[in-house]
Design a protein around this ligand. Structure first.
Ligand code: ADP
Ligand code: MG
Length: 334
């Protein structure tokens, strides 16, 4: 069976097509809203998604070389995310499901990030490090649901890096030749010394807001931009790796999965890999095309959910901006 998945929770409009047998993923098309200045403006992003939906849909079907008749169900990310952006995907999914008489499947965006990682890695039961622009969580499956074993108490890791770069005047663009500008800047630090900045870990949680404020203050005080970038990168990555390591010890999982947009950062990959190796557990970093927001992950999670009987009446498909992953039953595991 085949599922068409729609992702529109934030900056990316993604449409993917997946099936329940190899090669599993048939299409993963997207259009990305890139603000010229500042951060993501939800209304502008949603307008961009609405404008591009038809084209991206067509591209996905062409790529998969199928027609809409060969699709069994429409999956859509109903949350968490930005209201105006989520509404574009939800409206499209309701319309397609109703008009073409397809089953509608609600998908949680965070769970989709995990399930595409499970598919690509072949892992059965990993400890998950989910780091993106809006999320920073340590997650593991237990008793029918994905449970959060630690998360940020304020801003997400990707948000810290994006906002710092913007305020420091080195972004946008945030990504240059596949690397984040803060990582490129950190590499140019001559001293490679970690400045005195807040390293905040509380139990299994992290906090990045204090680090952001203090790092910007250091810039005002005249510290070199490269050295401040280096310190922010080192401290923020060490914090998340520390809680992941403790999460691993507590849960006794034998696999570590790194996913979400920030997983493309080479330094984070190295740190987490080293940590996993020191515990003798398997490690997999989801490649950027599937780690950042994308439609294939929604389609694939839709396949898993569909086969477990998850369904939704199109009239009831409402968005939930704060839909937490531990609220979702995961009948396809365990
Ligand atoms: N090549 C890259 N290297 C490091 N960070 C990246 C890279 N590409 C994207 N990111 C970061 O990933 C984050 C976006 O993650 P993503 O999962 O796509 O979105 P969201 O947070 O909306 O779910 C942003 O903070 C962005 O800076
Ligand atoms: Mg995401």
């Amino acid at each position: 069976m085949r599922v068409l998945g729609i992702e529109s929770t934030a900056h990316t409009l993604g449409i993917g097509i997946a099936q329940n047998f190899p090669p599993y993923i048939l299409a993963n098309e997207r259009s990305k809203y890139e603000p010229v200045t500042g951060g993501i403006h939800p209304r502008e992003a949603s307008r961009s998604h609405a404008e591009n939906l038809g084209t991206v849909l067509k591209k996905a079907l062409t790529k998969a070389n199928i027609t809409i008749d060969e699709i069994d169900a429409i999956a859509v990310a109903l949350g968490p995310g930005m209201g105006p952006c989520l509404r574009v995907g939800a409206t499209a999914a309701r319309a397609l499901a109703t008009y073409y008489n397809k089953t509608l499947i609600p998908v949680n965006h965070g769970i989709a990030h995990i399930e595409i990682g499970n598919l690509l890695s072949g892992f059965e039961d990993p400890l998950i490090i989910y780091v993106s622009g809006g999320n920073t969580s340590i997650i593991a499956y237990k008793y029918g649901r994905y449970r959060v074993f630690g998360e940020t108490q304020d801003i997400a890791l990707g948000n810290l890096r994006d906002v710092f770069s913007r305020e420091a005047g080195i972004a946008p663009p945030y990504i240059v030749n596949g690397s984040h500008v803060i990582d490129l800047c950190a590499q140019r630090s001559e001293s490679k010394e970690v400045l005195d900045l807040p390293y905040i870990v509380k139990g299994q949680d992290v906090s990045y807001a204090g680090l952001l404020t203090s790092a910007l203050k250091k810039l005002k005080e005249g510290y070199k931009l490269e050295d401040v970038c280096y310190s922010v990168v080192e401290i923020s990555f060490s914090m998340i790796t520390e809680v992941a390591e403790r999460g691993l010890a507590h849960t006794r999982k034998s696999e570590v999965l790194l996913t979400g947009g920030v997983s493309a950062s080479q330094l984070l990959d190295e740190k987490v890999k080293k940590m996993a190796e020191s515990h003798g557990v398997k490690y997999y970093n989801v490649p950027p095309a599937y780690a950042g927001d994308n439609g294939a992950m929604i389609a694939w999670t839709g396949v898993l959910a569909y086969l477990s009987g998850v369904r939704m009446n199109p009239q009831e498909a409402r968005i939930d901006q704060r839909w937490r992953i531990e609220e979702v039953d995961v009948p396809w595991r365990g």
